[in-house]
Design a protein around this ligand. Structure first.
Ligand code: ACM
Length: 677
């Protein structure tokens, strides 16, 4: 078990402390002694002997060690049979009984061996070593105290093959050098997929040689809502794009670090920028057709037209995309494509008649099936957001499930593979700390909305309960989303992603049986020291809320708790004005929330509902606040008006109750119940 930092110094000579590795390895066993990466004299330093097939990762790992140890790290090929004085041996053994990406790592005083099931496995072994070492740039590397790895034996393999982070460069883009840094951190946490959302209503970011206007016109917008006011426009031209040379460089950089970049060209919706550049591929036969690169965010009405000219355009674009990205999967979006334009289009009506399509959903399905054929002819697989289910899923599509689990469950039962990207746990553009204190730090702390603390991300199991073990094999994995409406810079992207990226990595990699938030949280502090040493901006996670009120009060409620978020009823009376309870959906008349106090109160009481989550009011629309001295007889104190009830409690009150008087569609949040003496 891990022990408190203070105790480490005292007993380090007696017991080895498990290193803090995220994601947690499958099996770890501490050994005796340690291996010197740098001897206490400052010399000599460890060297790396490697299997020829591991030359690429050996070079990268040597560079990592050199950067830290500030000196030569000897590198020799295995067949040279030169024994190095302090040897880290990187090897391959395809017969290891582990999944792809698995590895064995043995640290003994006389040497270190990393044996990968494959190249990725060996690479992950080196990432575990880096996490066991002191962070880059920390003082110990510069002293003559020496740097040691604890003797340990690790056997490790990933739970899922798709371990991803998504990055939206459509709304805001980031410099190539910063994206490389981000890829380094994906690798640090054994994530292997960067889902690169390259096109949006607000900007087309990938150079396509055959259609230069995509970037010349579609790469730029006239304005952006500034932080702090989404209903206004800063009036500043914004834009840019990635050249094919930059993309090739980035793809190679990622591949060397065992990260696959999966490009997304989002269609038929989220295409306004492309349609502004080439209006002929939109629904140009509808009234008042005036496409432009969009300057506001949201679900917009521009969709591609399902015409032969457009499918030719898509084919051409995907030809260039496939030449740049070797990824098996090509993401073609499919989300949030309104059917309004199609409904107005005589051309689409004609197509519907010809193809027997009864509604917009059928047109969407027809569209996605055509795109799948295009990709199939190029030897690639289509992955799309779960809306590609609308009107019937194309035969071989893989689904990226973002809107709850039902689409994932249905897709799996129909035999499709699925990647989980659920809004409820994995949308990292939601606040990770309570909104009000965040915004108090400055408008640039604005997030999309919602509330997605790290303990919520960590609580997610990518395999829906409705699937049996055989079906669960169709869940390829999981990824965190970084939609960038409110992520205007790479600094903000880091702050948004870290440290929640560590939770994504652990749910993607570590065995479910070992899942334990407190243990994860204890490993996160040392991991955040690696972030700090590299000057990575990150949030300091909120403590996971305890189910305790202050003063020993108890709560009874019929309202349920919106489960994923740990927003327990007790948070409405825990002494912290920022924490809050969130009811489950569909509030009914006579639903109640009762706080029973240990000591009687009297005087003023104030109860505020709503205003805690995202852009929604989420307040109690109709209700009454009541008081009781015995829990049986109730006296009305105040009605809720605009979500707030305020009144005077009779002497001797030991129970206060919120009683719903009318059913409502929206849920409600309840902040701190405040008594004023
Ligand atoms: C999405 O959030 N529109 C996939």
């Amino acid at each position: 078990m891990r022990i408190a930092l203070l105790a480490v110094a005292l007993i380090s000579s007696l017991a080895a402390v498990e290193p803090a590795i995220i994601p947690l390895p499958k099996e770890m066993k501490m050994g005796e002694g340690s291996f010197p990466v740098v001897e206490s004299s400052g010399e000599p330093r460890a060297g790396i002997r490697y299997d020829r097939e591991l030359e690429g990762i050996a070079n990268l790992f040597a560079a990592d060690l050199k950067e830290r140890a500030n000196g030569d790290i000897k590198l020799v090929k295995e067949e040279l049979r030169i024994k190095l004085p302090h040897e880290i041996r990187l090897d391959l053994d395809t017969s290891l009984p582990l999944k792809p990406g698995g590895y064995k790592l043995e640290v003994k005083p006389e040497g270190v061996t990393v044996i990968g099931k494959d190249v990725a496995g060996a690479w992950y072994g080196t990432r575990s070593i880096l996490q066991m070492l002191p962070p880059k740039g920390t003082e110990v590397w510069a002293t003559t105290k020496g740097v040691y790895l604890p003797a340990i034996s690790i056997t490790d393999e990933p739970r899922f093959s798709w371990r991803g982070m998504h990055m939206d460069v459509g709304r805001h883009m980031y410099p190539v050098e910063d994206i490389k840094k981000f890829i380094d951190w994906l690798a640090f946490h054994k994530l292997n997929t960067l889902h690169w959302h390259l096109t949006e209503d607000q900007g087309w970011r990938i150079e396509i040689k055959k259609y230069p206007k995509l970037t010349e016109v579609g790469g730029f917008r006239d304005s952006t809502p500034p932080y702090g006011n989404r209903d206004s426009d800063d009036g500043k031209r914004y834009g840019g794009f990635y050249t094919q040379e930059q993309i090739k460089d980035l793809v190679a950089y990622a591949a060397a670090r065992q990260v696959t970049i999966v490009p997304e060209i989002d269609m038929p919706g989220h295409m306004a920028a492309a349609i502004a550049a080439y209006p002929e591929f939109g629904n140009s036969d509808i009234p008042n057709y005036a496409p432009k690169v969009r300057t506001r965010f949201g679900v917009l009405y521009d969709t591609l037209a399902p015409t032969e000219e457009t499918f030719k355009f898509i084919d051409d674009v995907l030809t260039e995309v496939c030449a740049l990205f070797p990824s098996t999967y090509i993401h073609t979006g499919g989300d949030e494509a309104p059917k309004d334009q199609w409904e107005q289009s005589p051309r689409v009506k004609e197509l519907m008649k010809k193809e027997g399509l009864k509604d917009g959903h059928d047109v969407q399905s027809y569209f996605v099936k055509r795109v799948e054929k295009i990709l199939e002819a190029k030897g690639r697989k289509l992955i799309g957001w779960d809306e590609i289910r609308e009107g019937g899923l194309s035969p071989k599509a893989t689904v990226m499930s973002w809107r709850g689990e039902q689409g994932a469950v249905d897709s799996v039962k129909e035999g499709h593979d699925v990647v989980m990207a659920s809004t409820s746990h994995l949308y990292l553009d939601h606040y990770q700390l309570p909104k009000n204190p965040e915004l108090a730090k400055g408008v640039e702390y604005e997030a999309w909305g919602g509330f997605q603390p790290i303990y919520n991300v960590y609580s997610y199991d990518p395999v829906p309960k409705a699937l049996n073990a055989e079906e669960a094999k169709h869940i390829l994995g999981v990824q965190g989303q970084l939609w960038s409406e409110y992520i205007r810079s790479y600094d903000k992207l880091e702050y948004t992603a870290f440290p929640r990226i560590a939770a994504v990595a652990e749910i993607a990699w570590s065995p479910l049986e070992k899942k334990n938030y407190d243990d994860f949280r204890s490993r996160l502090d040392p991991i955040m020291k690696h972030y700090d040493a590299a000057k990575v901006r990150h949030a300091v996670p909120l403590a996971a809320p305890k189910r305790e009120t202050k003063d020993g009060g108890t709560i009874q409620t019929s309202l349920g708790t919106f489960r994923p978020l740990f927003l327990w009823p007790e948070l409405a009376y825990d002494g912290d004005p920022e924490t809050f309870f969130w009811s489950a959906a569909k509030v009914k008349a006579d639903d109640y929330f009762t706080l029973t106090l240990r000591a009687a109160v009297s005087g003023k009481v104030k109860v505020v509902t709503g205003g805690k989550i995202g852009p929604f009011p989420d307040h109690l629309e109709s209700g009454v606040l009541e008081a009781s001295a015995d829990g049986n007889t109730w006296t009305p104190v105040a009605d809720f008006k605009s979500g707030t009830a305020e009144g005077i409690l009779p002497a001797g009150t030991t129970n206060v109750r919120i009683r719903v008087t009318k059913a409502q569609e929206s849920w409600f949040t309840l902040g701190e119940i405040v008594f004023e003496k």
